[in-house]
Design a protein around this ligand. Structure first.
Ligand code: SAM
Length: 282
């Protein structure tokens, strides 16, 4: 049985409605999302200009309220207070709220307070990218945005190294090639895909090794929004784990120089590598 929202033209039941919106192509809004956005009492959104454009396109004039995860506790409490008596929709600028977007605290506190929470599912860039990447879909990990700084990025990649599934990251154009370079140095043989501008005019998905893609995007700096996907481990990965890279470097270099070399290529913290290089040397 489907879950009815109450008949059209009747008010929606009280509670919080988590409403997915398109990630580019406005045709991806669901009928149920349109219905809830039209009939709810207010729409909590990250940016009223962005959501305002979507509502104007849909001919909806429901009142908007600003909400993001930096909202003060007072603001959150006020929104929860309203959701305990009225129907409040939560949307983000694009895609599914809470997925690298605001809403987690709001939903968690709404549930703790016994406020009904309903999902109106739809697009998410992570899943859209996975479905066209050609990479295994039976097991995957969505890891959100890769950190900006090399050290944090290297730490995150090392943490995810052993996962036997596809890794999905959100990425931005200016940072893509550095991420690909670091992936190439850690996992040169894994299949990688870059899914860009999904559902938009210039949608594309390129796949290859990380170094092939890094060369391509160095020559053609990517514009727009990006999902970066990395296939599961392959046997050769073992030869490129930090210990293997350190051992190789230690054949000709001191622990300090070996650590510096591996830190540069992988982004892993130099001090951590130095301590490990000393251990390996002895
Ligand atoms: N909540 C959204 C979702 O469910 O997809 C994601 C929001 S997150 C702040 C924005 C990131 O999602 C972008 O930096 C990009 O990595 C990815 N993204 C959003 N729209 C995209 C698109 N049309 N094509 C590729 N990636 C997209």
């Amino acid at each position: 049985m489907t879950r009815p929202e109450s008949a059209f033209n009747e008010p929606l039941g009280r509670g919080l409605y988590i409403v997915a919106t398109p990630i580019g192509n406005l045709g991806d809004i669901t009928m149920r999302a349109v219905d809830v956005l039209r009939r709810c009492d207010a729409i909590a959104c990250e940016d009223t200009r962005v959501t305002g454009k979507l509502l104007a396109h849909l001919g909806i004039d429901t009142r908007m309220l600003r909400y993001d995860d930096h909202a003060s506790e007072d603001q959150r409490d006020r929104l929860l207070e309203r959701a305990s008596n009225e129907a409040i929709a939560l949307v983000s600028d694009a895609g599914t709220p809470l997925i690298s977007d605001p809403g987690y605290r709001l939903v968690s506190e709404a549930r703790a307070a016994g406020i009904p929470v309903t999902t109106i599912p739809g697009v998410s860039a992570a899943i859209a990218g996975l479905t066209i990447s050609g990479l295994p879909t039976d097991r995957f990990v969505f890891a959100g945005f890769l950190p900006v700084k090399d050290k944090a990025k290297g730490d995150m990649l090392s943490e995810l190294a052993g996962i036997a599934g596809t890794l999905i990251f959100y990425e931005t154009g200016p940072r893509l090639t550095r991420s690909l370079e670091m992936i190439a140095s850690l996992w040169p043989k894994r299949q990688v895909a870059v899914a860009r501008e999904l559902t938009k005019l210039h949608e594309e998905c390129r796949s290859g090794s990380a170094s092939e893609l890094s060369d391509y995007y160095t020559a053609h700096p990517p514009k727009g929004e990006i999902v970066l996907l990395v296939g599961p481990p392959v046997e050769e990965d073992a030869r490129h784990d930090p210990d293997a890279l350190l051992r190789e470097a230690l054949a000709d270099l001191s622990p300090s120089k070996a650590a510096a070399k591996v830190a540069k290529s992988t982004g892993i913290d130099r001090q951590t590598l130095y301590a490990r290089a000393v251990e390996l040397k002895s």
